[in-house]
Ligand binder design. Structure first.
Ligand SMILES: Cc1cc2nc3c(=O)[nH]c(=O)nc-3n(C[C@H](O)[C@H](O)[C@H](O)COP(=O)(O)O)c2cc1C
Length: 325
């Protein structure tokens, strides 16, 4: 079972992927890039979003609603050295779908077909990542068939509709049904994969080649080896300790400082701090269960300490406060 990490806008940047790589996912993806900005050689797109020194193990993702922009964008990504290129057919954000991109592509079979036709011989491994519904569209099978027709690298199915955004639950019955259909392309499942035993329960009835982890790895990249171990042996050997979490958060902060400078780092690390440490104050986590592979640690004050660190605007002070946790 392959374990990939998802493209996540504003999250899976170069700095976070350096952290994720330590946990050895089978493959990673950059943040999604806008086809239009890519074609105009936008500086942030080229030098920030696509910054990558491990293209053997890192793919990228493009979004757009215009056929020509998608085709030439995909060609550009291939020429930049990316081997695996994913087409975003799932983003539910209004500002994306109003331009016919993201999950709006689910309603535009002909456009996607044409893009795949025009890029099938460029020597890249093209894949699509879809949701299961958009407005009146509720027929994801047609994209599985399209993936078959074009011999795509893989199709990834997130079992939510566009309307759901990130709410409700991902429908793994649909994922299961699709995964069992005749196909000659790899099939990846995605959606609500947060914890190894739950992941095993969701994917066991399916016929998957792999899974794509998304929100579950934010602040918890340990999920990657833990899931692999649990799927292989039913046991988890990798333990997340408090000290390791602290040094990982510091390393992550340092990565952002090096790549985007102190001003951005002081803000961008904030969205990761709670997820990194939450498990150490979350009373709901049953630390005695066989899956509770977190070091037995609980600090009543930790939550408020993290909140103070988030508010801190000086980088050196922020680093010192994390070190002192
Ligand atoms: C902050 C954030 C950014 C995301 N950005 C992208 C993206 O750029 N491309 C994409 O295909 N999906 C994106 N997603 C969706 C995830 O890849 C994934 O499909 C979704 O979160 C469902 O998986 P999960 O429930 O395990 O998180 C994003 C999700 C989040 C939370």
């Amino acid at each position: 079972m392959k374990i990939y990490t998802a493209p996540m806008a504003g999250t899976t940047d170069y700095s976070f992927r350096k952290i994720l790589e330590k946990f050895e996912p089978d493959f990673l993806f950059t943040e999604m890039v806008n086809a239009n900005l890519l074609n105009r050689e936008n500086d942030t797109t080229i030098n920030e979003l696509l910054k990558c020194d491990n293209k053997e193990k890192t793919g990228t993702q493009i979004f757009g609603g215009d056929k020509n922009e998608l085709v030439s964008g995909i060609l550009k990504l291939k020429n930049f050295g990316f081997r695996k290129i994913n087409i975003n057919m799932g983003c539910p954000q209004p500002k994306i779908v109003k331009n016919g991109a993201g999950s709006a592509l689910l309603e535009n079979y002909d456009l996607v077909n044409q893009v795949l036709l025009e890029t099938q011989d460029i020597g890249a491994e093209i894949s699509i990542k879809i949701r299961v519904g958009y407005k009146d569209f509720d027929n994801p099978e047609i994209f599985l068939n399209l993936a078959n027709k074009h011999n795509l690298d893989f199709i990834c199915v997130h079992g939510r509709t566009q309307e759901q955004m990130y709410l409700g639950t991902a429908d793994w019955e649909i994922v299961e049904k699709l995964s069992k259909m005749t196909r000659n392309t790899q099939f990846f499942g995605n959606g609500d994969l947060f914890e190894p035993s739950e992941i095993k329960r969701k994917i066991t009835p399916c016929n998957l080649d792999g899974i794509i982890l998304s929100r579950g790895i934010i602040g918890n990249p340990w999920l990657i080896p833990q899931t692999r171990e649990f799927l292989q042996s039913g046991k988890i050997n990798t333990i997340q300790t408090f000290d390791e979490t602290k040094s990982l958060a510091l390393e992550h902060l340092q990565n952002i400082v090096e790549n985007k400078g102190e001003n951005k780092a002081v803000l961008e690390i904030n969205k990761f701090l709670r997820p990194y440490f939450q498990r150490f104050w979350d009373k709901n986590l049953d630390r005695n269960s066989e899956f509770a592979v977190i070091e037995n640690f609980y600090d009543e004050n930790l939550k408020s300490k993290i909140d103070k660190i988030i508010l801190e605007k000086g980088i050196l002070e922020k680093i010192k406060m994390i070190e002192m946790l």
